[in-house]
Design a protein around this ligand. Sequence first.
Ligand code: ADE
Length: 230
Amino acid sequence: MRIDILTGLPELLESPLNHSIINRGREKGLVEIYVHDLRDYSTDNHRSIDDYAFGGGAGMVMTIEPIDRAIQTLTSERKYDEIIYTAPEGEKYTQKTANKYATFRNIIILCGHYKGVDQRVRDHLITREISIGDYVLTGGELAAAVIVDSVVRLLPGVISDETSALTDSFQDDLLAPPVYTRPADYKGWKVPDILLSGNFPEIEKWREQKAIERTRERRPDLLDDNEERE
Ligand code: ADE
């Protein structure tokens, strides 16, 4: 898979994309991630990528030209399955969207800016607006990092334990059950006996039961489509 990220603040993405699991995916050749500085596509002497809003109002707006040039350059080289713009007004990002993106070959993520982007970018150049939640970030870079992280960990071979991505919270609309490790008794706080029993079918049943209980307590909205489980 190939992910191209367009941003005015490439430094913000360095750390999240160069560590741990994402980096492992890159090193294994399972994902290529390119961060493009939108200023490199600006034609003005100051490399600016924003300007005053027509009609007045506080704050600068990201201009269309560098974004269009960057997108045209990339799309002339290959076909993209999705050109995403990160913004609080977008569709809410969920595990289902991450699963879908993990099947794509090429995506572009354009990082928004809290002051906004020329509406013509949204109308003509992108294919999807994505929000990572109902709160406002100063820019879309952190949202892009969230999208990349959640997608890359799903690519086959990135996480060494292949089943672990499939048993995540949300994969079956349930939150993950509790997990324990050694010691079996810490200051009298004991691991549930069933997990020490070696009875794996019963352990599986217990885990599913706990996942349902936890979901019912914390996120009953997720169970709405799964009444038959109860
Ligand atoms: N940019 C600012 N806030 C955002 C959000 N909640 N999701 C995606 N991009 C954003």
